[in-house]
Design a protein around this ligand. Structure first.
Ligand SMILES: *[C@@H]1O[C@H](CO)[C@@H](O)[C@H](O)[C@H]1NC(C)=O
Length: 652
């Protein structure tokens, strides 16, 4: 019995020990995932931008060396979320160059950020950004729990914690597999049950019938399939718009064919959402919307032309620009479009359109602006930012129509937050529509048509060569001399030649100064390169003193005040001597007004003065040559620096 008791005791202890160990172990797992009793501050690198981090408030640890100018910072005190987190911390004085812990809080976007030089960091100005943040010392506030791991906007597989999913056609941002809608078992590492029941409950069976359908058939209002869709009654969108397919067919042949609205000569590509998750009803509403747009646009060879690309897993051209060249034919063709199904790979579709759609063979006219209107139900399943940038830079104006986008609770599932803002060239709302409900989509028809036809504003595609107002400020003082003045004009012409010049691209203006100043020509005077070059040639040498400060002030008032709001402003000042007046105050005024200033000095020009005039960092914006005959050597470097700077700044 004694032995038996002992053995029992031993095994009880054994069990207790096991329990204890597993208990500790499982608490560990639990606390790591959920409670974090011991808070560790996450580390980030100098280049991490606040916008990449989704958490609204967090503590981070910055490494040393974030003062480096390559980590761009925008704003002062309140920083655009496009800024380096740690760079902003140094700029604001919370951190020095040796790194450390800081506290970040996101705040609303602003309509302007002012760049200043502070604590060894030059921050830049930015007209507008969608989100800001402020930096403070890492004194955690009571009652606030800070995340010990940060959520980055590119984080994968949010559907794995899809408990809070509210919509019945939730999209997950899982990687694309073309076969996914049909063979779910090959899908990503999410339990199939979760995908079918929670993430994509409705569309799945439907997608299967679409993709395996033996013959394509129209799914219009008249379609026999409407019987099986008896849940659906035409919504207000359809009733309002008065779309009556039968009438449309009967009037088709009797009406004269329109040449199209000559006031709206654009080449248009509609990218329509054919993903499974959109469902049959919404797809039908989308088609109705297209038909309404086509009707309002008045398609024709002398007006707008339009083609359609449908995307799902992959995009496909339904018709190109010259397949149907009047509104009637196009509407009939739209009615026959069938849904492709699959994921919502918008980025892939944009890329496809950039490469394939706007070719001459597809009917692109060259002289008409290229416009792509992207329709998105909810949000894309892939990324759009980069592909949209490439599209814009190849000359395509992108509009985004987001219908029933992510609600606050759903934002965590979106692969690329603010995808629409990232895809369009400016975040001023002109290029994007946010439609609350499919049932109110019809209200977007008129505003969209109006904007798409506003060809003056379709200058979306920005490059360093086509997006600036460049003002030359030319020293005409006596010390220059007639011969050298000709060389200076050659130099001005050689720089100008590198740019794309027109009313809507780069514009050139010029001021000459001595003691006095005169406007040689303003930005709106000449709208072709030929005209600009001959105007430069005609500038007559003035001769006199050298008041460079007054000249800068004059250029701000007479040239740059008339610059267009969204244009980059570049001042290129050429001088051969020291100024008689103060340059510092006018130079600061120029910098504060967002005029990027290049100072080119020849012969007797004072280097320190050039550096004061030039935008910071001075080594990129000031140039000195010993002789006028060497001026030509700096042309390529100036162009290169202008483009490097352009490419390092956010587009908006
Ligand atoms: C301007 O370009 C011409 C032709 O390339 C070249 O011969 C000349 O030296 C250049 N002059 C200046 C000042 O850049």
């Amino acid at each position: 019995m004694g032995i038996a008791v002992l053995t029992m005791k031993a095994s009880i202890i054994e069990v207790l020990v096991v329990l204890l160990v597993t208990g500790i172990y499982s608490t560990n797992i639990l606390t790591k995932k959920v409670k974090r009793p011991k808070f560790t501050v996450p580390r980030i690198n100098c280049d991490v931008k606040a916008g990449k981090i989704i958490n609204p408030e967090f503590m981070v640890k910055c490494p040393a060396g974030c003062q480096d100018p390559k980590y761009h910072v925008y704003g002062t005190g309140v920083y655009a979320s496009y800024s380096s987190v740690c760079g902003a911390a140094v700029h604001s004085g919370v951190l020095d160059n040796s790194g450390g812990k800081i506290l970040i809080r996101k705040v609303a976007g602003q309509s302007g950020y002012k760049g200043t030089y502070s604590n060894g960091v030059q921050s830049l100005s930015l007209p507008r950004w969608r989100e800001s943040f402020i930096v403070s010392e890492s004194k955690p506030q009571k009652g606030v729990t800070y995340p010990s791991t940060l959520t980055y906007s590119s984080s994968k597989n949010p559907a794995a914690r899809a408990d809070e999913t509210t919509k019945d056609y939730e999209k997950s941002s899982i990687p694309a597999t073309t076969t996914w809608p049909i063979t779910l078992t090959q899908g990503p590492a999410i339990p199939v049950a979760e995908v079918t029941h929670r993430v994509l409950p409705k569309p799945f069976p439907f997608a299967a019938t679409v993709t395996s359908s033996p013959r394509p058939h129209p799914m219009g209002l008249r379609s026999q399939e409407m019987g099986e869709m008896d849940v659906w009654k035409p919504g207000p969108a359809l009733l309002d718009s008065g779309f009556v397919p039968k009438e449309e067919l009967s009037t088709q042949s009797s009406e004269p064919v329109s040449q199209g609205d000559p006031n709206c000569k654009v080449d248009l590509s509609f990218l329509i959402d054919g993903s499974s998750s959109i469902g049959k009803r919404r797809f039908q509403i989308q088609k109705q919307f297209l038909a309404d747009v086509v009707q309002a646009l008045d398609i024709g060879p002398a007006g707008p032309l339009m083609g359609i690309v449908q995307y799902g897993d992959n995009p496909a051209t339904q018709f190109n620009l010259k397949t149907h060249m009047n509104s009637q034919d196009l509407k009939t063709a739209i009615e026959k479009i069938t849904q492709r199904g699959g994921l919502s790979n918008v980025g892939r579709a944009i890329s496809f359109v950039t490469k394939n759609f706007f070719s001459k063979a597809n009917g692109n006219r060259g002289g008409a602006p290229n416009v792509a209107v992207v329709m998105v139900d909810g949000w894309p399943t892939d990324k759009v930012e980069e592909t949209a940038r490439v599209a814009r830079e190849s000359g395509i104006n992108i509009f985004f129509i987001t219908i029933e986008g992510a609600a606050e609770k759903e934002k965590q599932y979106v692969l690329e937050p603010n995808f629409a803002n990232k895809a369009v060239c400016r975040t001023n709302g002109f290029y994007s529509f946010n439609v609350q409900s499919w049932l109110s989509l019809h209200k977007t028809v008129q505003p969209l048509v109006k904007r798409v036809c506003d060809t003056d504003r379709l200058t979306c595609s920005k490059t360093c060569l086509n997006s600036a107002d460049i003002g030359f400020v030319i020293d005409g003082s006596s010390s220059v001399g007639t011969g050298n003045f000709r060389t200076v004009l050659q130099f001005v012409a050689n720089i100008s030649k590198e740019f794309e010049i027109s009313d809507t691209d780069t514009r050139i203006g010029a001021v000459q100064y001595t003691y006095e100043q005169r406007l040689e020509f303003g930005f709106d005077k000449h709208s072709t390169k030929t005209d600009v070059l001959s105007a430069i040639k005609r500038v007559g040498y003035w001769s006199g003193g050298t008041s460079t400060g007054a000249a800068i002030q004059y250029a701000l008032e007479q040239l740059f005040k008339k610059s267009k709001p969204n244009k980059r402003k570049l001042m290129i000042l050429i001088t051969d001597g020291k100024s008689y007046d103060d340059v510092r105050i006018p130079a600061i005024a120029a910098h504060q007004k967002g005029v990027i200033t290049y100072a080119i000095g020849v012969a007797w020009a004072a280097q320190d003065e050039l550096e004061v005039i030039a935008t910071h960092p001075a080594r990129d914006h000031s140039f000195f040559v010993e002789e006028f005959d060497n001026l030509y050597k700096s042309v390529p470097r100036i162009i290169q620096n202008i483009c490097t700077e352009f490419n390092s700044q956010p587009r908006n």
